[in-house]
Design a protein around this ligand. Structure first.
Ligand SMILES: Cc1cc2nc3c(=O)[nH]c(=O)nc-3n(C[C@H](O)[C@H](O)[C@H](O)COP(=O)(O)O)c2cc1C
Length: 307
C-alpha cells in the first residue's frame, strides 16, 4: 500500500511524507517529549509548538478548561523562542527520519520575516507552518488570518524569506474562509492547514468570573470536527494547493472523513491528550480501511466525497 503524500508539489525542496498523519502544533511539544512512548519516527510529520522570536511565558493561569467533547485553551504561545529551538531542538530532529515542521507566529509582519529567515537552511527543519490566527499588534490586535489582505501579506513575506515549504494555517474565526484561503494560495502558500481553534469562553459560576485567566480561549477537540470538516470541504473547492485537515480528529474514521472531503493529510491535536498514541492508532486504522476496501493508494481517497 502506498500512503505517501507530497504536500509541496510546487516547491523545489518538496515536502514528501511517508504517510498523511501529522501531529498538530501545541499538542505534541517538540516531539522529544513523546519519543519514549512510541516510535514517533513512524508518523508522517511532527509539527512543533508555535515558535516566536523571543521565549514566552504564556498567559495567566488557568489556561485549560474541559468542555463537553472538547477543551478550551489559552496557553498564549508559551515557547522557548527561535534561537533556543535552533540550538537545542533542531540538532535532535536532524537525526530523525520523520520530518519536523516548525510552527511560527509573530506579532508583526517583520516578526514573521525574521523568524522565516532565521529558520531557513537549518538542518532538521523540513518546512514552516505559519500560524496567522494571532493578533496583529500594529493593526490594533485584529488577527492576521481574519482578512484575506493581511493573511496574504504574511504569506508573501514568509515565502520571500525562506526556501522551505510553507504551510499556512488558517483560523476559523473569519467571515469567509474560502476568500482567505484563495488569498494565501495566490500569495504562494505551498499548502494550507485548517483549522486552528474556535474562539470561546467558560464562566466559573462559583467565582462569578471568566474561568480562563485571559477570559477567552480556543476550543478544540471533537466538538469542532464538523466545523473543521466543512471548512476543509469548502477550501478544497476554492484552491488547488494541498490541504491538511485538522480539528477534532480522534479516530481513523474521522481522518478518512477529512481525506474524502479533500484533505491530503491530517493533524491530530487534542486527541494526543487523551491517548498519546492516537496518531499511530489512527494511521493503523487508515491502513486497515484501505486493506479492507482494496485501496492501494491513499491519494485515491482524497476528495472521494466531492461531487
Ligand atoms: C493546548 C493547545 C495548544 C495549541 N498551540 C498551538 C500553537 O502553538 N500554534 C498553532 O498553530 N496551533 C496551536 N493549537 C491548535 C492546534 O494545533 C489545532 O489546530 C486545534 O487544536 C484543532 O485541532 P484538534 O481539535 O485536533 O486539537 C493548540 C491547541 C491546543 C489544544
Amino acid at each position: 500500500m502506498n500512503l505517501s503524500v507530497q504536500l509541496a508539489p510546487k516547491n523545489k525542496k518538496g515536502l514528501s511524507l511517508a504517510n498523511p498523519v501529522m501531529t498538530a502544533s501545541g499538542t505534541f511539544g517538540y516531539g522529544t517529549e513523546y519519543s519514549h512512548l512510541f516510535d514517533i519516527q513512524n508518523l508522517g510529520a511532527i509539527i512543533c509548538k508555535g515558535t516566536t522570536l523571543k521565549a514566552r511565558e504564556g498567559n495567566p493561569q488557568p489556561r485549560l478548561a474541559e468542555t463537553p467533547c472538547g477543551v478550551l485553551n489559552s496557553i498564549g504561545l508559551q515557547n522557548i523562542g527561535v534561537k533556543a529551538l535552533i540550538k537545542e531542538k533542531a540538532p535532535i530532529w536532524a537525526s530523525w527520519r520523520v520530518p519536523v515542521i516548525v510552527n511560527i507566529v509573530g506579532e508583526t509582519i517583520a516578526d514573521y520575516a525574521q523568524l522565516a529567515g532565521e529558520l531557513d537552511g537549518v538542518a532538521g527543519i523540513s518546512g514552516l507552518e505559519v500560524n496567522i490566527g494571532c493578533p496583529n499588534i500594529k493593526a490594533g490586535g485584529a488577527e492576521f488570518g481574519t482578512k484575506p489582505e493581511s493573511a496574504a501579506e504574511v504569506t508573501a513575506t514568509v515565502k520571500a524569506a525562506t526556501s522551505l515549504p510553507v504551510l499556512v494555517k488558517l483560523t476559523p474565526n473569519t467571515a469567509d474562509i474560502a476568500e482567505v484561503a484563495k488569498a494565501v494560495a495566490e500569495a504562494g502558500a505551498d499548502a494550507i492547514s485548517l483549522i486552528n481553534t474556535v474562539k470561546g469562553m467558560a464562566v466559573d459560576v462559583a467565582a462569578r468570573r471568566p474561568l480562563l485567566g485571559s477570559v477567552s480561549g480556543g476550543l478544540s477537540g471533537p466538538a469542532i470536527k464538523p466545523i473543521a470538516l466543512y471548512m476543509v470541504y469548502t477550501v478544497a473547492g476554492a484552491v488547488d494547493v494541498p490541504i491538511i485537515g485538522c480539528g477534532g480528529i480522534t479516530t481513523s474514521s474521522d481522518a478518512l472523513e477529512f481525506f474524502m472531503a479533500g484533505a491530503s493529510a491530517i493533524q491530530v491535536g487534542t486527541a494526543n491528550f487523551i491517548n498519546p498514541r492516537a496518531p499511530l492508532d489512527i494511521l493503523e486504522g487508515i491502513e486497515q480501511f484501505m486493506r479492507k476496501e482494496g485501496i492501494d493508494k491513499l491519494t485515491d481517497l482524497i476528495g472521494a466525497a466531492r461531487g
